[in-house]
Design a protein around this ligand. Structure first.
Ligand code: ARG
Length: 571
């Protein structure tokens, strides 16, 4: 085969493909009086850039059908198709297309004031959702970071977005915690969030020896459910303390969630849902409990336990109802770990059985596990890794890198501090976002903070580089014509941006944007290192190179913004 498909380039050209196919279709009809289906016009990406941006073998097909010479057919078709956006050329029967400077210039211009059409669609995104009375674990990091990026992408793509933090603040575990606080006679006001976590662990240690206390825990939760003032007071203190802790993390991560609605909010909304499930015969009794059966498909879900208590599942079901009533979204997205796959499947199925929404209205972005490679930071035997420590470590390491850099001499202490925070946090975020959400992450400090590889700092650095050139340049005339291969590659890449945004939306993959950004950054750096911009040989070339820089900067900046990677002033 003469042409090989290289996935990246296929995507690059995709945006023009439809336009081009239609043009070819029209030309064939006008020239030969036959109509071809768009499906039959296959476009491929030539392996060699000198063979153009796209190619088709349609002339061979037509020629054999019409009894004509393929080269001649390709020649007349090429002539007819050549226009503002593409030039076409016969190459031994194949037609090679090349994007015109005009097409590339349009793309480069557009990206500077990039805006997408508003859609009449609403999505509700459930993300972050940590559990109270425990430090924010690294497990909730992915949900928070990937969730926020998905939110940003959907919003930019024109969706109406509602972000919800479905805090875990309800359930028997809080009864157990209250029992322990009471037993140790602690004043909850004096307890740190770490203390609360310890007390919960204490409870379980004790319960191993004395299972009776499980009942005490349950009783305390029952009291909480019934609105007992003592239980409520302790619980409220725990919630408030946790929220204060979480807010610090959100501030550091620059994450802002529209609504914080904990599970406790649904306490009085479950009964109606249970009733409805019973009435519609979606739920049935089984050994004193109320369950939803899915036959062979999967194990049943529990709406009421045999002691009459509700579950995480019951609350999630009531939550769906609430979200329908309040926002009636077209799409429900849950950014939650893959360990909750069954729970989500049961939930979506039950919603469908109740006739509320269709399965296709729901998506579980089931992220993989997070592991730390570095021994020092790895899980300390059975304990969870606290996100705060990871972020602090990242900032500390970023500080060291800044100190060792050439620029550090030109930076004030304040600038260094700002940069360290943005580099450290950006690095941690990017390490997460560049991976497909389904994949596990093995966290390796050296890779995460690497200034040269596919890392957050590398992208920040590249973006700042472009910014700084533009600042030094002052005014210039935006222009794109007769691009060199290196410049052309950059503009083609930038032209891909819209498709990448659509793919990221369709597949729930901020990683699509991360990888695109990395490719663009690499291409920009090659251009930057090999072609003097401010010292270009002519005024025209200077303006052109600055134009390429400007379009690159706009695209890099927007991408980082969508990913939630902060940009330091200097680094
Ligand atoms: N708090 C839960 C946990 O940490 C996650 C909640 C996810 N959202 C939901 N609607 N179930 O496991």
């Amino acid at each position: 085969m003469r042409f090989k498909l290289t996935p990246i380039y296929v995507i690059i050209n995709h945006m023009f493909e439809k336009k081009l196919k239609k043009k070819v279709q029209k030309a064939v009809e006008e020239l030969f009086g036959v109509s071809v289906d768009l499906k039959n016009i296959e476009l491929e990406t030539p392996e060699k850039e000198s063979h153009g941006d796209l190619a088709t073998n349609i002339a061979f097909k037509l020629a054999s059908e019409l009894g004509k010479n393929p080269e001649e057919t390709a020649r007349v078709l090429s002539k007819k198709v050549t226009g503002d956006f593409f030039t076409a050329e016969n190459k031994s029967g194949f037609i090679n297309f090349r994007l015109t400077d005009q097409a590339l210039e349009n793309r480069a211009r557009e990206v500077n004031e990039f805006e997408r059409k508003k859609k009449k669609k609403t999505m509700v995104l459930d993300y972050s959702s940590p559990n109270i009375a425990k430090p924010f674990g690294i497990g909730h990091l992915r949900s928070t970071i990937v969730g926020q990026a998905i939110y940003n992408i959907y919003k930019f793509n024109g969706w109406k977005c509602v972000g919800v933090n479905h805090l875990g603040d309800w359930g028997t575990q809080y009864g157990k915690l209250i029992r322990q606080i009471k037993k140790e006679d602690e004043n909850p006001e004096d307890l740190s969030i770490e203390d609360l976590e310890k007390l919960y662990v204490e409870f379980h240690k004790e319960a191993k020896k004395n299972p009776e206390i499980e009942k005490e825990g349950k009783r305390w939760f029952k009291r909480l459910e019934e609105g007992d003032p003592k239980a409520t007071e302790i619980w409220e203190i725990c919630v408030e303390k946790s929220m204060r802790e979480f807010q610090k993390i959100y501030d550091l991560l620059e994450v802002d969630i529209d609504h914080h609605i904990g599970e406790s909010f649904y306490q009085d909304k479950m009964e109606a849902v249970i009733k409805e499930a019973k009435k519609k015969n979606v739920a049935r009794e089984s050994e004193g409990a109320l369950i939803v059966d899915f036959d062979e498909e999967m194990s049943p879900a529990m709406l009421l336990k045999s002691d009459g208590g509700t579950t995480y599942f019951t609350r999630d079901l009531a939550t769906v109802k609430y979200r329908i009533n309040r926002w009636n979204p077209d799409l429900f997205i849950y950014e939650i770990g893959a360990d909750q796959k069954l729970h989500m499947k049961q939930l979506f199925k039950t919603v469908e059985m109740l006739g509320w929404k269709k399965r296709s209205n729901f998506m579980h972005v089931a992220h993989g596990m997070y592991r730390l490679k570095d021994g020092a930071m790895s899980t300390r035997k059975g304990k969870t890794v606290h996100l705060k420590e990871v972020l602090e470590e990242a900032v500390k390491r970023a500080e060291e890198i800044i100190e060792a850099s050439e620029t550090s001499g030109k930076m004030t202490e304040e600038e260094k501090e700002e940069a360290a925070e943005k580099i450290g946090v950006g690095a941690v975020k990017y390490a997460d976002l560049k991976k497909h959400y389904k994949k596990d992450i093995v966290f390796d400090w050296d890779k995460v903070l690497n200034l040269k590889g596919n890392s957050g700092p590398y992208l920040q650095y590249t973006t700042l580089r472009a910014k700084s050139v533009l600042k030094k340049a002052g005014d210039f005339n935006f222009q794109i014509s007769n691009l060199s291969e290196k410049e052309r590659r950059i503009i083609k890449r930038i032209g891909e941006f819209e498709n990448i945004l659509d793919a990221a939306e369709r597949n729930f993959t901020p990683s699509s944007i991360a990888n695109f950004t990395y490719q663009l950054a690499k291409e920009f750096n090659i251009f930057y290192n090999e072609m003097p911009i401010l010292e270009a040989p002519s005024k025209k070339e200077r303006a052109q190179r600055l134009s390429v820089t400007k379009a690159s900067f706009a695209t890099l900046k927007k991408s980082l913004e969508l990913l939630g990677i902060p940009l330091p002033e200097k680094m």
